[in-house]
Design a protein around this ligand. Structure first.
Ligand code: ADP
Length: 250
């Protein structure tokens, strides 16, 4: 049921040109959509809504959220390009994933509460450290948790679990396993292999409505690759989704 979505994956040269063209086309489209809305509302404010203060207030608040969407998209594009730029340089500083999990969860509690989602955390009794980039690991957790919270909806539970794994052949020895599980709607199997592609969405309308940029999991994948880790997703419709990240400890 699960799909391994990355492990030091290498894209064939001949695909890179096409991917780049697709990416530019996608970015242009994603930026143009809110921009077109903004231009439309500016026209309306200058014309038909000139003497309609109630309408003006409503249009301004839509414009504000469209501008915020563009801002989020640009933020994610910059994160993606930063992560890609240093993907070949493996982090060497030792970091404490349990501490990062604790503080990231703490920061997201207000969003979870507002969404009516329960957040749970379990970390190992003995501390473990791994070589890693603290900001990037925080971003992995934030992206996975924000998705779990926003797609699961009211009444759901999101559980973050961190475990030391004694032996993982593909990460050569010891490592840590981080899982983010939700009791949300789940994702159909056919989507799993493409989930980490830039701008790939299972339900575009819902993603946009929830403020998604379609880049969150692509960023996660690149960060996991940089750490020589593995990313896996298991999901069952009507039951929920689990993202598993395994990072080497040495
Ligand atoms: P987005 O900004 O659209 O959330 P992501 O790259 O973070 O982009 O996720 C890609 C798609 O994967 C989402 O649009 C959503 O359809 C699906 N998805 C991600 N996480 C979950 C989850 N926990 N439950 C259900 N669907 C999810």
């Amino acid at each position: 049921r699960g799909v391994l979505v990355c492990f030091e994956d290498v894209t064939p040269m001949e695909q890179i040109g096409q991917m780049r063209r697709d990416f530019v086309a996608n970015v242009s489209h994603e930026l143009r959509t809110p921009l077109t809305a903004l231009i439309g509302f500016i026209e309306t404010l200058k014309g038909p809504a000139r003497d309609d203060p109630v309408g003006q207030a409503r249009f301004l608040s839509i414009m504000e959220s469209e501008a915020a969407r563009m801002n989020r998209l640009i933020g994610d594009l910059l994160s993606l390009s930063r992560v890609e730029a240093d993907e070949r340089v493996r982090p060497t500083t030792r970091i404490d994933p349990a501490e990062i999990a604790r503080s990231t969860l703490h920061g997201l509690r207000p969003i979870a509460e507002e969404a009516g989602v329960k957040l749970d955390l379990s970390v190992p009794a003995t501390p473990v450290t791994i070589p890693g980039d603290e900001d990037q690991l925080r971003q992995v957790l934030t992206n996975l948790l924000e998705n779990a919270i926003k797609y699961s909806g009211r009444g759901a539970t999101v559980t973050v679990a961190l475990n030391a794994v004694e032996y993982e052949p593909r990460v050569r020895g010891r490592g840590v396993r981080l899982t983010v599980s939700d009791t949300g709607p789940g994702i159909d199997q056919i989507h799993l292999p493409r989930l980490t592609e830039r701008f790939y969405r299972v339900d575009s309308h819902r993603s946009r409505e929830m403020g998604g940029t379609g880049l969150g999991l692509a960023i996660v994948k690149h960060i996991v690759n940089r750490h020589r880790g593995r990313l896996r997703v298991d999901s069952e419709l009507g039951k929920g989704t689990t993202f598993t990240v395994i990072l080497p400890a040495t």
